[in-house]
Design a protein around this ligand. Sequence first.
Ligand SMILES: Nc1ncnc2c1ncn2[C@@H]1O[C@H](COP(=O)(O)OP(=O)(O)OP(=O)(O)O)[C@@H](O)[C@H]1O
Ligand SMILES: CC(=O)N[C@H]1[C@@H]2OC[C@@H](O2)[C@@H](O)[C@@H]1O[C@H](C)C(=O)O
Length: 380
Amino acid sequence: MLKTGAKTGPVWAVGTMSGTSLDGVDAAALLTDGHAILDFGPTAYRPYTPAERGAIHRALGRWPGQDGVAEAAEVVETAHAELLSALLADLPEEAGEVLIGFHGQTLAHDPNGLHGARRTHQAGDGAVLAEVLGRPVVWDFRSMDVEMGGQGAPLVPFFHFACAKWAGLSAPCAFLNLGGVGNVTWLDPRLPAPEAEGAVLAFDTGPANAPIDDLMRRRLGATADIGGALALSGRVEEAAVTAFLGHRHFFRMPPKSLDRNEFAAALSFVDRLDDADAVATLTACAAAAVARGFEHFPSPPELILVSGGGRLNAALMAELAARLPCAVAPIEKIGLDGDMLEAQAFAYLAVRVARGLPTSGPSTTGVAALVGGGKVSRPR
Ligand SMILES: Nc1ncnc2c1ncn2[C@@H]1O[C@H](COP(=O)(O)OP(=O)(O)OP(=O)(O)O)[C@@H](O)[C@H]1O
Ligand SMILES: CC(=O)N[C@H]1[C@@H]2OC[C@@H](O2)[C@@H](O)[C@@H]1O[C@H](C)C(=O)O
């Protein structure tokens, strides 16, 4: 085990994210003392092959020990080992003993016990990765939070707060991630730390790209609606968007989190629409879910900064601009990398775990008290 709190100076860490869109693995290096971001390092991406993606897709919604889960975990571990070996070789020797923050791949997430026990499941064993890479690995970031009564997600909010400080922001703003699922952090960068009362409020907004991707794959054999081109050629069925906003998620108070496929039934209305109208309406639903989230913010943000693949979808960005009561911009506006923010977040959180600092709290996951979730595995 790492000695927590052993050091207080900055260290390099590499974080990884294999997100709900199942496109591939992101990895990014970061220099931090667990509080401030001091530097950003190299990044790398490894897409899953169609066969790998298929193995993960088949295991979605399943728990450890169930069919296909061991196979999916092996795919996740192998892809991460390949990507991380290459990225670690790029880091200068002065980087020292680089800590790895390994999120794994969420296969199932049921923090409210809707289908049995309250639990969350990220495939991939950090102890195996520590052995293969010969480095300390922090992993299983979400279980402890769920065990303590939290949602286990979102976990990026404390990092969003550090990003706002790094960028020198001085007014309340919101960070929106549009991956397979959407999540938002409202934050006030005038406060000293993310743990401070009133500094952050976060929750999952609703489905984002996952239903669009699934429809594109099902009907057209494509991976995504690139640039939002198909949605831009379709017509939004507003009555369907209104019906979608009747889902129970929108009546729950934050913090709240979602499983990737939690909206599958609520979005099945698209089956009766043609391809373009279906994708246009799913895109509008993703934006309308974000707009609905604004009612929970402690004060109106001046700006919402968008990261994740959804910021590259022009139809989704236009829907957000039309439905939100504030300016909308990709996160590159403040000099951050919208493709790598989550991977950087898990580098940041790994250092926090290793130093005994909290990674979530009542206003991010709804856990009763601050929690530092995550296991630390060292190579033998
Ligand atoms: N050029 C593009 N045009 C439209 N959509 C895109 C584009 N590039 C990526 N996307 C969408 O973004 C998704 C990937 O986003 P991202 O990598 O942020 O998600 P993720 O990290 O896997 O998910 P999550 O944040 O929910 O865990 C793709 O599946 C696709 O739907
Ligand atoms: C259980 C799980 O993996 N949730 C993901 C998912 O993808 C987006 C959204 O839902 C978010 O809550 C979370 O990821 C980010 C990285 C988070 O924990 O902040």
